[in-house]
Design a binder for this molecule. Structure first.
Ligand SMILES: *Cc1c(COP(=O)(O)O)cnc(C)c1O
Length: 335
């Protein structure tokens, strides 16, 4: 991801764990089924097994060069894990507030990396409130979703890699459609920003891609607002229930902005059910050899819905945000 450092805010020596440029895979069987040219961007090989490494690597590097030595953040799971790992590397104190229901894999990851884990009885919203209090009490830097601009910059690198991999000697190429899971929505806005920047730089003559955001129908506040034609995202009222832990975000802090970016791209939001998400995990692993996280596999279910109604234009890039390996217990329990 540091290959694109001219487009990143970090000036000095970055905190790096040797992040690989992740594969953009052809998925021939899936392409055939969806009826359009389809690729899978697989961020499973990143440190900690998810794309949160991109946000953590750039966010923490920037925080360090601004003199921050202590960070606190709420997390649905993977962000806390990634920041703890990069924090260990940098020698920075990381406090992570998490709902008790957050995956055991993430709780263990934070503790193994020497992060301070604060478990909260409640939702990610309660964890966020506690993180703000800890920031006030201790002077730690609050690195919640969208509370600082640098995590987004990190998540942008995924799309620079994709546009580059699709391109040729004449420049970058943008897909017609990007299908990605939406929790807080940083990944979605990062995709839009990456496209905006390479177009402004004249690195491509393609139009910006259509963004399709996927949520689980067990927690889909942004889908609900999209379908209602609303400009504002109301918090999800029920229990946020989904195996895709990264999508358990009942009150996304910048939901309105995410909705605006999705609409302006000419794209849409789509909800998928839990059975379809789990089936898609098995499907991707058994047909294409990729053991995806449920959040990433949800894009296959979402793309299938769009393809059925003739609303999927290729080339399409599906975004697998992490490895299924972190979810084996939950997948096994689901059956
Ligand atoms: C955090 C996370 C998401 C959601 O990403 P946002 O940028 O918050 O929308 C998706 N998948 C995984 C694996 C995650 O950890």
């Amino acid at each position: 991801m540091w290959r694109f450092r001219e487009l990143l805010p970090v000036e000095g020596e970055p905190v790096s764990l040797g992040e690989p440029r992740t594969p953009l895979l052809t998925v021939p069987k899936l392409s055939k089924r969806l009826g359009v040219e389809t690729y899978l961007k697989d961020d499973g090989p990143l440190p900690g097994g998810t794309f949160k490494a991109r946000g953590a690597g750039i966010g923490l590097s920037r925080a360090q060069e601004l003199g921050v030595d202590r960070v606190v953040m709420p997390s649905a799971g993977n962000a806390g894990g990634a920041w703890s790992l990069y924090g260990a590397r940098a020698g920075m104190h990381i406090t992570v507030t998490m709902a008790e229901s957050a995956p055991a894999a993430n709780q263990t990851e934070v503790e193994a990396a020497g992060g301070e884990l604060v478990l909260i009885r409640g939702t990610i919203a309660d964890a966020a409130a506690r993180a703000r209090e800890i920031a006030d009490e201790t002077g730690a830097f609050l690195s919640a979703t969208f509370s600082e601009p640098y995590r987004l910059e990190g998540k942008k690198t995924c799309w620079l890699e994709v546009f580059d991999a699709l391109g040729d000697e004449n420049g970058m190429r943008l897909p017609r459609t990007i299908v990605l899971p939406v929790g807080g929505g940083v990944a979605a806005i990062a995709a839009a920003k990456a496209a905006e920047e390479v177009i402004a730089l004249g690195w491509t003559s393609d139009p910006p891609p259509r963004l399709v955001g996927v949520q689980s129908n067990g927690c889909c506040p942004i889908v609900r607002a999209f379908d209602a034609g609303a400009d504002e995202v109301e918090p999800w009222d029920g229990e946020a229930m989904t195996i895709a832990a990264g999508l358990r975000v009942p009150a996304p802090s910048e939901g309105d902005l995410v909705l605006k970016y999705i609409r302006e791209s000419g794209g849409r939001m789509v909800a998928v059910n839990e059975r379809a998400i789990v089936d898609a995990v098995w499907d991707l692993a058994s047909t294409e050899g990729v053991f995806a996280c449920p959040e990433g596999a949800a894009t296959v279910a979402g793309a299938s819905i769009l393809a059925e109604v003739g609303d999927l234009q290729g080339p399409v890039v599906l975004y697998n945000t992490g490895s299924g390996v972190k979810y084996v217990e939950a997948l096994k329990a689901f059956g």
